[in-house]
Ligand binder design. Sequence first.
Ligand code: AMP
Length: 360
Amino acid sequence: MKIGVIGGGQLGRMLALAGTPLGQQFAFLDPAPDACAQALGEHIRADYSDTDHLRQLADEVDVVTFEFESVPAETVAFLAQFVPVYPNAESLRIARDRWFEKSMFQDLGIPTPEFADIQSQENLDAAVKRIGLPAVMKTRTLGYDGKGQKVLRHPDDVVGAYAELGSVPCILEGFVPFTGEVSLVAVRARDGETRFYPLVHNTHENGILKLSVASTAHPLQALAEDYVSRVLDKLDYVGVLAFEFFEVDGGLKANEIAPRVHNSGHWTIEGAECSQFENHLRAIAGLPLGSTAKVGESAMLNFIGEVPAVEAVSAIKHCHLHHYGKAFKAGRKVGHATLRCPDMEALQARIAEVEALIGN
Ligand code: AMP
C-alpha cells in the first residue's frame, strides 16, 4: 500500500519510519526543497494548491493523510474526489480554527476556558470587559508553538493588540491558572474502535514543548478519555488525534486538538507496544489497531535549535536518539530523545542527564 502525506517534515518522516516495516511506501507533497521526510519516500515538490501535482499524488497512492492542520480546506476537498483522505475534511476544518474548535468543545459539554471571537479592536475591548484580565489572545488559524498569541495582563497590553497580531480573526481566552498541562493521544479505526495512550504530562518553554512524561494510572485518565471520545465520535474521526488539556481544580479544561500524530506522543516510538505513528497508519489503512500499552516508564525530550553530539546522547542508558535531519536553527524542533526505563527513579535520573546535555 502506498500512503500519500501532505507535508514532508519530521512527522511525515516518522510515519514512514513506522510504515516501512508494514510494507507501506510513501509519497510526500511539500513545497520545501529540503523537506526532511524525502529520505524515506518520494518527494513531490509542489505547493499545497497545485492541482496538477495533487492529482499526481492522488493517482499514485491508496490513501492520503497529512502531518499538519493548516492544510487548505480546498486541498483536502480536491484530493477527496479521487482518493480516501483520513482524517476527514470536517476534522481538519474544525481543528485548524480555534473558534470552531472551542465552539465544538462547548457544544459537546467539554469544559474549556471562557472565549470570544475577535474581528476588531472594538470586539477585543468588549471581550476583555466580559472575560477580564489576564487573558490570552490567539489568532484563530495558523498559530503553533506559541506563535500567533499574546498574553494580555494589563489594560495597556490590550491597546492596539488586534493590530499587533496582524488584524486577523482571533479569539480571546480567559487565562487558566493551571497546575499542569496534559495531553491524551488517541487512535480511532475506520470501524470506530478507539484506543488511548496513557495521559502525558507536558512542560513547555516559550510556548514550545520541551518535555513529555507518560503517566501510570493517572486519576484523570477516564475523564480525558470520555472528553476525547465525544470529539472522535462527533467527527467520525479516523487516525491519531491529540487532545491538550489544562489541569485545573482537580479537573480538565480543553485547550486544543491536533488532528494528527503529535509531539507529545513521540515517546510511544520506544515507550509503547505500538507507536502513535504505526497506529495512525494502521487506522487509515484499515488494519487492526495495535496495543497502546506503555512499556516501562517513558519520557521524551525535544532538541530545539540543535541536536547534541550523537556520541553523548547514545552514551546515556535507556536513551534513544531521533535526529530529524533538518538544518539547525534557533527555535526549530530538530530532534528528540525518548527514554524508556525500568522505573520512575531511573527515568528521572536519565531525564536529568539529557537535560544536562541540552544545557538546562
Ligand atoms: P497553545 O498554542 O494554545 O497550545 O498555547 C501554547 C501554550 O500557552 C500552552 O501550552 C500554555 O502553556 C499557554 N496557554 C495557552 N492558552 C492558555 C490559557 N488560556 N491560559 C493559560 N495559559 C495558556
